[in-house]
Write a protein that binds this ligand. Structure first.
Ligand SMILES: [Zn+2]
Length: 393
């Protein structure tokens, strides 16, 4: 049994507790949370820390297998150029992918992340994930606009899925890449699979204006990119990203929509009304890196949408530290409080991945990991640029 205390404990499920004390057993399970009230008394053998104690972070969107692309992709060139660069560079450096993945997992562990929704186009990350204590939901992602290739793409995805299932039977699922990168045939295969599976579905959504342009008019930078590849594909017309999702993903799915950078609040509210459960995942550094834009998060928050945070991959983020992303959001959305953004980084991500019975809040019976945030500003109740995360449990 260990006891921890700090200036404040942020359970996320309840308001912050001044000088709260938290007891965990040898497995890290929370046994009790004590609110000392005004009569603060030091309880025997309590480790007191300066700062705040929060639950472990849940990173709702990452691509660990792209970790070797750190600093290799030019910034602010738009989505079509980003996809082109990632497609070309990811194989150039393929031989050396293991060490960057290992380093990225280490970084996640050291910066207090306990669970990750990770996109997999390959099984490159599998062996290293198994060695880590982090929880992973492995989204086996499919894409391909070549109408004649859908069987091959789907078969390959199923082979990768089978490998992950051996170690992650409850947290591996097939998922579509985006609204603009699957042929009709491939959508049919994926829809049948996801609509039967009861597993969360993760889709890159409204990440760029060219996505809207391609779906609506069959033109623009994404069309040009596909044309250049010289493969047979059907040009869409009269569609929006929302139409594509509604047409292919049944309303009884648990959906994670990633980015939402160019979606209007009306579109997002329609989506919320349509699905059993939907989480809007924001990857702020990646959005700035690729499109130099951010979603309407203040409006989304005000409208009561469930928002979670992803780091995206190191191809478009400088770090996988969730605290870094929290500070970036606080800086860009001054009207949103740290308590709210902390919930995005913990409970909301856990709910999106259906792991909230273990992760996301400090509650008795959960095993969510305990993070200490140092150099916290108690006047504004926000972390500062000097703040660091230390994993306590
Ligand atoms: Zn992504």
């Amino acid at each position: 049994m260990r006891r921890f205390s700090a200036n404040y404990i942020f359970p996320v499920s309840n308001p912050p507790i001044k000088n709260g004390i938290i007891e965990v057993d040898d497995e890290g399970k929370i046994v009790s949370i004590i609110n000392p009230g005004r009569s603060f008394k030091e309880i025997h053998s309590t480790e007191f820390h300066n700062g705040i104690i929060i639950p472990g972070f849940v990173n709702a969107h990452c691509h660990l297998e792209l970790s070797h692309l750190l600093g290799k992709i030019p910034e602010k060139k738009g989505i079509a150029n980003f996809i082109k660069a990632v497609t070309e560079e990811r194989f150039k450096f393929q031989d050396s992918t293991q060490k960057p993945i290992a380093n990225a997992i280490k970084e996640l562990e050291l910066t207090g992340t306990v669970a990750v929704g990770d996109i997999c186009n390959t099984a490159d990350t599998l062996d290293l994930k198994v060695k880590s204590e982090l929880h992973f939901h492995n989204f086996i992602e499919v894409f391909g606009i070549n109408q004649n290739n859908s069987d091959k793409v789907f078969e390959l995805a199923n082979t990768i899925k089978a490998r992950f299932l051996e170690n992650y039977p409850g947290s591996t699922s097939i998922t579509p890449h985006s609204t603009y990168s699957l042929s009709k045939n491939l959508w049919n295969r994926v829809s049948t699979e996801i609509n039967d599976s009861k597993m969360p579905v993760s889709i890159h959504f409204a990440e760029s204006l060219p996505e809207y342009e391609f779906l609506k008019t069959g033109s623009g930078p994404i069309f040009d990119r596909y044309k250049f590849l010289n493969i047979p594909f059907e040009t869409p017309s009269g569609l929006s990203p929302l139409d594509v999702v509604f047409n292919n993903v049944d309303s009884n799915n648990d959906v994670l929509l990633i980015h939402n950078t160019f979606a209007s609040i009306d579109e997002l509210l329609q989506i919320k009304g349509h699905y059993r459960k939907v989480t809007f995942v924001t990857c702020p550094e990646s959005n700035i890196y690729i499109e130099n834009s951010l979603p309407v998060l203040a409006e989304m928050h005000k409208a009561g949408l469930r928002i979670a945070i992803g780091t995206d991959s190191l191809a478009s983020a400088s770090t996988l530290s969730m605290l870094h992303h929290i500070i970036l959001l606080l800086d860009n959305f001054k009207e949103i409080s740290f308590v709210d953004i902390l919930k995005w980084a913990t409970l909301n991500g856990a709910e999106a991945l259906n792991i909230e019975s273990r992760f996301g809040t400090l509650e008795v019976g959960k095993n969510p990991g305990l993070n200490l945030i140092t150099d916290f500003d108690f006047n504004s109740m926000k972390p500062t640029l000097k703040s660091r995360v230390k994993r306590l449990v």
